[in-house]
Design a protein. Sequence first.
Length: 147
Amino acid sequence: MSKHSHAPPRPLYKLPSWSPDMVRDEAWERRKDNHRHRLSKSLSEDDLEELKACIELGFRFDSPEIDPKLSNTIPALTLYHTVNKQYNNHKLSRSSSSLSRVSESNIASSSTIFNPGDDLATKKTRLKQWAQVVACAVRQSSPSSDS
């Protein structure tokens, strides 16, 4: 009789089953990580479209405080909140006194829109985004014109 050396059996590994949900979940994680690890706070056209779509669906973002989880989910919300606050402060100051002047802190200064060292193309893009967010803020605060 010969002695056979038996190698220990290889361990079994459990592999998860494939499902379409896994692909969606992985894509979501990548997108979430991309938003979290942005080097600059620049917004994309998709971010602005997402904000506009939320407003068109009837979501209102007029709370005095911004929820960090919500602003992480909707990146354009931080800019919208800032613009909306400035717009509402401007409306209040105009209605309280016809002679009152709006302080410089109530007007979106170029330092809140642009970063030092931005090139001309970046400034143009940010100004366009700012204008779109202003339009959203004005539209949301205006009385509905639906008939």
